[in-house]
Design a protein around this ligand. Structure first.
Ligand code: PHE
Length: 457
């Protein structure tokens, strides 16, 4: 068998895994959740969960991948035949997510292109976003399908070049630029008149905001943001060098992921509050999935240099999204390669074609196909719900039970210790066996209750 590809260095691995983690979740989802759940309180809970819960799940997956040197379908099957289905389940998740993630990626390129060509005034209009995703404009550049196609091709181009020459190279360039842009945009946002009220809202915790729903929302977000429970970290772990320190790498990925989410809030919350004339209370009402595509263009439209700010912002969102969709596609490609015994090129072409086909319903779901609903949702929302709210918690519970109670946490501990000391080992053992599965079950139940309208998170 051919030798497995690998990242050339620890930093290459950390940047690529952080690239997967840092994505639309950090830039689009985190700020609106933080705004909705009271800023500071959400932030503190999120950070506490990242270093305990997130850490446990991430180090487990990376260690599984590195120790077995297999992608997720094979890793579980090889360790215990009875758990083969868990591998398949984890493998199914990126197949569901990649298509719709690329649809949103296409929207991001469209926004970047429009800001760059100075079309800001039109974008600040009330119905711009709704009209665009419904495909109501005429002409190629108004078609969401066009931008979806471009986005998928960009992602596929990187994956085609492989782990070292594609993914690692792209991450080494995109991630530092992303950090610089994020800092620049956040600093500018803080100079806007009225932004200080937003900063206070974002940073100062208010005990009133601490509740079960805040914790549940933070947990769900963390889980998505760290790209857990879908085979990605297993796949990337399988490309990691044996001698590289695992615990340190996980800590760095977490700092990256949480740091960029924090900066995203710093870019968006103060700017929106400044736009609202310094009234921090209004933002809770604006905080929802439409914050980035609907509210932000208006905020940019009202600023001096808003065009530049908007262009830089959507460029950084694009970079963040790309490194994530690269990891998603790579996970699919690596499975196709292993299972169908295909070369990387053929596997990439086949997978890309499948993603394009599968993405069509999500892409057209707000326009021509809007009459069709699944469980009462548009295609994109449906795929998002099924993967994030249902399958991911189930797969993660399975992994905790599998490693914590079936093969035993020694399997992971030995792998971590083979490349350095395992400092958070006690914490890890307790989290993995008992606390994480319970937390995951709470996420799952919370999501289902939300779906059935019993609670509103
Ligand atoms: N972690 C990514 C983010 O924050 C999302 C993602 C989800 C990436 C699924 C890959 C797979 O956007």
């Amino acid at each position: 068998m051919k030798e497995r590809s690998s990242f050339t260095s620890r930093i290459g691995f950390v940047l690529a895994a952080a690239g997967s983690a840092v994505g639309l979740g950090n830039l689009w989802r985190f700020p609106y959740l933080a705004a909705k759940y009271g800023g500071g309180a959400f932030l503190i809970i999120y950070i506490l969960l990242a270093v305990t819960f997130g850490f446990t799940l991430m180090i487990t997956e990376i260690a599984l991948g590195r120790r077995t040197r297999l992608s997720c379908i094979e890793a579980y099957a090889k360790l215990d035949k009875r758990f083969a289905a868990l591998g398949w389940l984890s493998a199914l998740i990126p197949v569901i997510i990649t298509p719709y993630y690329c649809v949103i990626g296409g929207w991001v390129i469209k926004y970047f292109a429009e800001f760059a060509r100075g079309n800001m005034a039109a974008m600040a209009g009330d119905s711009y976003f709704g009209d665009f995703i419904a495909g109501s404009g005429s002409g190629l550049f108004e078609a969401p399908m066009f931008w979806f196609l471009i986005y998928v091709l960009l992602t596929a181009a990187v994956v085609l070049f492989g782990v070292e020459k594609g993914i690692e190279k792209a991450s080494r360039f995109l991630m530092p630029v992303l950090v610089l842009l994020s800092i620049g945009v956040a600093v500018y946002s803080l100079t806007l008149p009225g932004s200080m009220d937003g900063l206070k809202y974002y940073l100062l915790p208010d005990l009133k905001d601490v509740s079960v729903t805040t914790v549940l929302a933070a947990m769900g977000q963390l889980f998505y943001s760290m790209s857990l429970a879908m085979g990605i970290m297993i796949t990337y772990g399988s490309y990691m060098k044996k001698e590289d320190n695992l615990e340190k790498s996980v800590a760095q990925i977490e700092i990256f992921d949480t740091g960029i989410a924090f900066l995203a809030g710093l870019m968006i919350v103060p700017a929106v509050v400044a736009f609202n004339g310094g009234d921090a209370s209004l933002i809770r009402g604006q905080a929802g999935p439409g914050l980035m595509f609907g509210v932000l263009p208006k905020v940019f439209g009202s600023m001096n240099m808003g065009g530049l700010f908007g262009t830089a912002f959507f460029l950084l969102v694009l970079f963040a999204a790309l490194t994530s969709s690269i990891s998603l596609l790579e996970t699919v490609v690596s499975m196709v390669q292993d299972k169908a015994k295909l070369g990387r090129k053929t596997a990439t072409v086949v997978s890309t074609a499948a993603i394009l086909l599968l993405g069509i319903p999500s892409c057209l779901g707000y326009g021509p196909l809007s009459g069709i609903k699944l469980l009462g949702m548009q295609f994109l929302d449906f795929f998002d719900f099924i993967s994030n709210s249902v399958l991911m918690p189930v797969a993660a519970i399975g992994t905790c039970v599998f490693v914590g109670h079936v093969i035993g946490s020694r399997f992971v501990e030995e792998e971590v210790e083979s490349s350095g000391e395992f400092k958070r080992k006690r914490l890890y053992q307790v989290m993995l066996r008992w606390i994480a599965p319970v937390m995951l079950a709470a996420i799952l139940v919370g999501e289902l209750l939300k779906y059935f309208g019993v609670i509103s998170i």
